[in-house]
Design a protein around this ligand. Structure first.
Ligand code: ZN
Length: 477
């Protein structure tokens, strides 16, 4: 039976045998890959999108941002955003471009951070389109950006902020409760109640050792759990600060500087805390630390404000001035940023983007990669197809702004700074659930990571667990 908007149903009947309303879940992204999170919950009377993320990384994936979602976008009733990372909220302005005009539910800090992230994303989309047209790369005579600032301005008024743990109706027979996920400030695991059934989305799940955020609580009883698997086949080291100290100390000893590509939101804050601790303990030389990313500096302000008000997902009793540090210098302008390209004395530069796919960090890499005295320290997940992944995988050269740059600097990969739970932590979180779900769908991981986690859930918890397939639609019972 077709629904009111012609989106064909999977079952012949819209009602199940017992008369309950049919509910389906469709995996429109982050299935078989880590980016592009988009999950559609659909009943006879409503359609709600959980996360609206951009695909990132390989060109074939990025092209998918232009594909049709296979549903009439204007008929979407609402969207729920788990957190402010681009691969979870970055598609929102593209939805608006296609006529979406419904409410978008998220926490207040997610709204504050998403505004920063989306404005930056629009700028990057516009720059990419301009670059493609100047180089004749695009097949279109006049390449258009996926969205522009105007689409972002039309997206922001749709935001509806929701308190942690408050239950809010988002559409007919669909309500959401946003439970803290401990991943970045404002991040949540959305718990959706839909026509009497409950689906828990892990969102990106944090770790118990985040220095600012409370660990995620156990999941509530649910009919289905949709769980991320970014690091589903790995176990993080417990304390990465020794590796960071070693990398910095040896680099400075040979007269070099350290570049750290970092996600503008959250990773910059964690690095500043770790560097502050190392400096105070005398474990690294007292060289200046620069934060060279306007987006990261704006994000840092959101964290400082949250600390000032001891917001809900923060650990209790954190000092208000935790993220103020005398050693940190901010590079706001392009001139201040360029002055860092050839630093006269060793320094540490934290700059975005985290996977070296764009942003100011590219200029630093271009200048600093050829010099063997320097180091590039990678502290976040590097998706397949990104420059960051090439560097971690030992590339002898990388292409930046159309030029091949030799990689002579030391590349150090420190996985322990991840704000994603590892395989053991994901299993512990699932295993702490109030009751076993009927099924677990594993998403948001490259195929090996997702398969490993699904197998472990089956073997160690004895639950039915499957890796969600891209575009797959399943019934929620
Ligand atoms: Zn995230």
């Amino acid at each position: 039976m077709a629904s009111r908007n012609g989106f064909a149903g999977v079952g012949a009947d819209s009602r199940e045998d017992n008369g309950a309303m049919d509910v389906s879940l469709t995996f429109l992204g982050a299935a078989g890959t880590v980016t592009g999170s988009k999950f559609l919950l659909r009943t006879d009377t409503a359609q709600v999108l959980i996360d609206a993320g951009l695909f990132q990384g390989l060109k074939a994936l990025r092209r998918r941002n232009w594909d049709s979602l296979g549903l009439p976008v204007p008929s979407l009733d609402a969207a729920v955003i788990s957190h402010a990372h681009l691969d979870h909220c970055g598609y929102l302005p593209a939805l608006v471009r296609q006529g979406f005009n419904g409410p978008v539910f998220m926490t207040a800090d997610t709204a504050a951070l998403a505004e920063i992230v989306l404005r930056d994303s629009a700028k990057l989309q516009e720059e990419d389109a301009k670059y493609a047209s100047s180089r004749g790369f695009s097949k279109h005579s006049k390449p258009k950006p996926l969205y522009d600032l105007d689409h972002v301005e039309r997206t922001l008024p749709l935001f509806r902020t929701v308190d942690f743990d408050a239950s809010v109706a988002v559409a007919d027979e669909i309500s959401v409760r946003l439970v803290p996920a401990g991943h970045i400030l404002g991040s949540t695991s959305p718990v959706i109640t839909v026509a009497g059934r409950t689906v828990v989305f892990s969102g990106d799940l944090g770790r118990a050792n985040h220095p600012l955020l409370r660990p995620p609580p156990p999941p509530p009883a649910a009919d289905a759990i949709v769980v991320e698997s970014t690091y589903g086949d790995r176990v993080h080291m417990s304390d990465p600060s020794n590796d960071l100290a070693d990398a910095i100390t040896s680099t400075v000893a040979r007269g070099g500087s350290v570049v750290i590509p970092a996600f503008a939101v959250d990773r910059t804050e964690l690095l500043l805390l770790a560097l502050g601790d190392l400096l105070r303990a005398g474990r690294i030389p007292a060289v200046p630390v620069y934060v060279d990313s306007p987006m990261a500096l704006r994000g840092l302000q959101v964290y400082r404000d949250a600390l000032g008000q001891s917001r809900g997902d923060l650990r209790p009793d954190l000092p208000e001035d935790l993220l103020e540090d005398r050693h940190v210098h901010a590079a706001h302008t392009a001139a201040e940023s360029q002055a860092l390209n050839n630093p006269a004395h060793p320094c540490i530069i934290i700059s975005a983007s985290g996977m070296a796919t764009g942003g100011r960090v590219l200029h630093h890499l271009k200048h600093m990669l050829p010099d063997a005295r320097n180091s590039v320290v990678m502290v976040g997940y590097q998706a397949v197809g990104t420059r960051g992944r090439s560097l971690v995988d030992g590339a002898a050269q990388v292409k930046i702004h159309g030029e091949y740059i030799p990689v002579n600097a030391q590349i150090v990969d420190i996985e322990g700074f991840s704000v994603h739970a590892d395989g053991d932590e994901l299993l512990t979180w699932l295993g702490s659930a109030a009751a076993p779900p009927k099924i677990v769908y594993v998403v948001h991981g490259e195929p090996a990571a997702a398969a490993t986690l699904a197998r472990r859930i089956g073997q160690e918890l004895g639950w039915l667990a499957v890796v969600a397939r891209d575009g797959e639609r399943v019934r929620v019972r």
